[in-house]
Design a protein around this ligand. Sequence first.
Ligand SMILES: [Fe+2]
Ligand SMILES: [Fe+2]
Length: 289
Amino acid sequence: MTATAIAATDRPTGIPIRRPKVDLANADLDRWMVPGDPLFSHLLAALSAAFPNGEDFFVESVRNYRSRVESDPVLKARVKGFIGQEAMHGREHRALNARLSALGYPTEDLDRDILVAATRLQKLPKPVQLAITAASEHFTTVLARTVLGDEQTRETLFPAPDARLLITWHALEELEHKDVAFDLLKEVDGSYALRVLGLLLAAGGFGTALARGYVRGVVADRRHLGFSALRRHVRNRRKQQMVSGRSALAILGYVRPGYHPRHMDTDALVVEWRERLGPYVTTNPRRAS
Ligand SMILES: [Fe+2]
Ligand SMILES: [Fe+2]
């Protein structure tokens, strides 16, 4: 299937629910997810810890408008796909986070902090909550594009097969539903000010909690930050693209007037990774118990 074919046929409702065929609660991981690099290992653990409650917030912010999309069958189906995918992401990251906690990462503390941040943000007006979700989806789209598009990033940051399956599956689905919250926000209130406010609040609420959780983990493991760990981190920083000036610029692209998620062309990546991940995921799994 070509990228054009995706745009024409799959995009409106092509948001299937899948589940990776791996037991993440017992994921085969070493103490450092990124070998010899506690700094990147803690960053990835913090990201994973932030997802479940963060994604619950995204789901709720979209669910607030369920009745509004009733009259639009296409948008309704896309919203349904978005909710289903995000709910499954939260579930699988929770399983991984339990494993990370057993390995010594403070995922439970960060999980709680993100819940506190989400609860605060849920006191804001519903359109603002949706704007926070649309901005957060831009952030995950940028990360997903890098993870799926750059092999060296995957090899450097996700050498363990279980973690790599989780992240590539999650990244594929982030690209598949990248524009759902944004299009819904445009229906609700397409103002530029609200869009930018969403980005600021996402960074201030979720971003701050995530950064705090990361620092807390690193400080707790500071005895492991010797010369060789720092040297390994510097080398890894050069090899990967996820934490980079390019990613920062792409994230800032959200404030460009006229921006739309579909300006980031990720169709070819979606085609490629649907194929590559096919044998490793279950599509349309029975409702999670
Ligand atoms: Fe997600
Ligand atoms: Fe998402």
